[in-house]
Design a protein around this ligand. Sequence first.
Ligand SMILES: *Cc1c(COP(=O)(O)O)cnc(C)c1O
Length: 368
Amino acid sequence: MISFLDLKEVNSSFRKELVDACARVIDSGWYIGGGELANFEKEFAAWCGARHCIGVANGLDALILTLRAWKLLGRLREGDEVIVPANTYIASVLAITENRLVPVLVEPEEGTFNLGAAAIEGAITERTRAILPVHLYGRLADMPGIMAVAEKYNLLVLEDSAQSHGASLDGRRAGTWGDAAGFSFYPGKNLGALGDAGAVTTSDDQLAEVLRALRNYGSHEKYKNLYQGVNSRLDEIQAAMLSVKLRHMDAHTERRREIARLYQQGIRNQAIELPLWERDEQHVFHLYVVRCKQRSALQTHLAQQGISTLIHYPIPPHKQQAYSGYANLSLPLTERIHEEVLSLPIGPTMTDDEARIVIDCCNSFMAD
Ligand SMILES: *Cc1c(COP(=O)(O)O)cnc(C)c1O
């Protein structure tokens, strides 16, 4: 039996450090907005290479609150258009509509699953004010190209970095390319808490200040409210867990890449298309996603040998009931991707032997 991602094993591998950190918080008597959060924010900002990190309750809030802060700062207005990849996880789109902004769903590049500069440029109208690129599956989008378009048309860029902790290009990590970035620390993400957590990174002092207030009822100072904020805080226990896990992140990323390398070299089947991976640093393999025209047969074949796989994602946002107004959009590439993608097991505790079993099973798959 090969599980998709064994979270229990991942967290057990530093059980003592986690338990010690937990005990430290319990014994401190301080559970919200204290030293653990300040410490993690400082460490994570430095690890990414950003000036600020603002911890929030989850990844969706990181995106929602950043767009909201830009509205408060007068940089965005209700009805403005935000370009977003059509094949993203629903949260990227929810963050836009939650702010009464208009998502413009754009087809990704076929090879990378990510937004490309040319498609973005083709979707720009006089109402476009922002781009929300998603570094899907852990692969950094073409940020040099995207930032050039943003500069040319004076657009804000919010990176959805929920799947791409540490992915980089030319030494610059996810979370430092755009004007701001939203991270998720959902337990199954590459850097995962033991519950919900998220953060925004930015090097914009003014944005950071507004976000620090917004997450805390809109208040900078107790009982004084500048904005109509929310309660979206990253609590001390989760911040302490994240500080422990951050210390192991680079090793975990390297292990994910080793598994990906085995897959890239070992899987040889005409019916299975492997992900593009040109530069090591660019991909952190949150997911290892292959394409197969006979996906359901491949998934069944793997399951028969005890190998768990998942589909990220089975239904694109514009085909969701929640967005029934978008159902008539023509996004053929996005729809094809959703019909063909399959995520193979990958994780920091997976062994070479397990990877070999997956490889053999992929190679013995016979398409009709
Ligand atoms: C997980 C995820 C989110 C949302 O993060 P949560 O912490 O679950 O709210 C947003 N965008 C993408 C691409 C994600 O994968």
